[in-house]
Design a protein around this ligand. Structure first.
Ligand SMILES: NC(=O)c1ccc[n+]([C@@H]2O[C@H](COP(=O)([O-])OP(=O)(O)OC[C@H]3O[C@@H](n4cnc5c(N)ncnc54)[C@H](O)[C@@H]3O)[C@@H](O)[C@H]2O)c1
Length: 353
């Protein structure tokens, strides 16, 4: 069945999954124009009813019933990671536009099937990389692209994720651990900022959380990526730091930039001119955590999704399915490096897939 949306419509979205991030998305939809959540489903009926009651949504009996519903133009997949690939493909086959949480899949063959399905469809397919919509990161990407920092050398990030809400997050077969589940946001970010990865080296492990120890998946890791451009990205990711959100430093020949979403939520630039004179630009005033990611990132990505469906945006600001697949490939290589205690090359067929 194929649904159609004309340019003057409000996009009607079905929410699939009623867990922790679904609530964040439901709150985001209250702040955006031209799109609204109309229905929610979850195998845990009470979870769907609770969320539906809170946000005024109908409760649908199943994912299949949402796919069959002519009143639903698009689905928002807020389900465990192991379901993503199959659900995206089924939703596209049903003629729905799809917003899918990250990661795109847990294996490369599954990710490739999603890439192929997206390429064969005229529907919008978008993934939950909200950092691309979270100020000041789009501004940083533009200024790096304009060459303001000169040739780039290195980046350093500390990424603090939420402690998992469910056991499936730890299981390599269902969630993948902190690298596949959470660092994938930064996998996408560093590929977006610095280009393709050449090789990756990881250290880390299950330091604190019982679930991570049970499944032998990491709750903390340091992942170092050498990009083909020569830029080196070093990223610390943690599920146990107990605070949010992240910091990012980027260093180039002609200056550096700092993004601090833990303390100041600002882009700070330190530039060196040809004569060696330094100048600083501080964006210290502004947003207060956690409103930044909540108010801008999550609502920004949904506004963009809805406007793409309505033909008001061309999609160039969001990760393509192929880019979501590349972010997964980088995270799989990072996980493989940790498991096998060696550097994994992405360019030489080293990655298991
Ligand atoms: N972008 C972000 O910042 C961010 C943050 C947290 C989670 N996430 C992602 O969102 C997704 C969900 O995470 P969460 O924290 O909400 O997990 P969660 O476990 O709290 O919620 C998942 C929900 O999906 C439901 N579900 C399971 N199978 C289903 C099915 N077949 N159909 C419909 N619903 C089903 C579960 O019952 C549960 O209520 C994951 O992919 C996770 O990586 C993204």
């Amino acid at each position: 069945m194929t649904t159609t949306t004309t340019l003057t419509d409000t996009v009607r979205v079905g929410l699939v999954g009623a867990g922790r991030i679904a609530k964040v998305h439901a709150a985001a939809y209250e702040r955006i124009a031209r799109g609204r959540l109309v229905t929610v489903t979850d195998p845990i009926l009470e979870a769907a009813e609770r969320l539906g009651g809170q946000f005024g949504l109908e409760v649908a009996p199943s994912f299949a019933s949402i796919l069959d519903d002519d009143q639903v133009d698009a689905v928002l997949l807020a389900t465990p990671n192991f379901l993503h690939a199959e659900q995206v493909i089924q939703a596209l086959e049903a003629g729905k536009h799809v917003f899918c949480q990250k990661p795109i899949a847990l294996t490369l063959p599954d990710a490739d099937r999603v890439v192929a399905a997206a390429a064969a469809s005229d529907r919008v397919v978008q993934f939950g990389f909200m950092l691309r919509f979270t100020p000041p990161l789009p501004q940083l990407q533009q200024r790096i692209g304009a060459g303001e920092l000169g040739p780039l050398i290195a980046a350093q990030a500390a990424v603090f994720g939420w402690e998992p809400s469910n056991e499936w997050f730890y299981d390599p077969a269902n969630g993948g651990g902190v690298i596949l589940d959470t660092l994938v946001h930064f996998g996408d970010l560093v590929l977006w900022l610095f280009g393709p990865a050449d090789h990756v080296t990881t250290e880390g492990g299950a330091y604190k959380l019982d679930g991570a120890k049970k499944y032998g998946s990491p709750d903390n890791a340091v992942v170092t990526v050498r990009h083909t451009s020569g830029v080196v990205s070093s990223m610390y990711v943690s599920w146990t730091a107990g605070r949010g959100n992240f910091t990012l430093d980027v260093y180039g020949n002609d200056g550096s930039a700092t993004v601090d979403l833990v303390h100041s939520q600002a882009l700070n630039l330190h530039l060196i001119d040809d004569g060696g004179t330094a100048s600083a630009e501080s964006g210290q005033r502004g947003w207060v955590y956690p409103d930044l990611v909540w108010d801008y990132g999550y609502s920004g990505e949904q506004q963009y999704f809805v406007d793409r469906i309505l033909g008001r945006e061309d999609g160039s600001k969001a990760a393509t399915a192929a880019e979501a697949r590349d972010a997964l490939a980088l995270m799989l290589a990072a996980q493989q490096s940790l498991d096998e205690r060696r550097t994994v090359r992405l360019t030489a067929g080293d990655l298991d897939g």
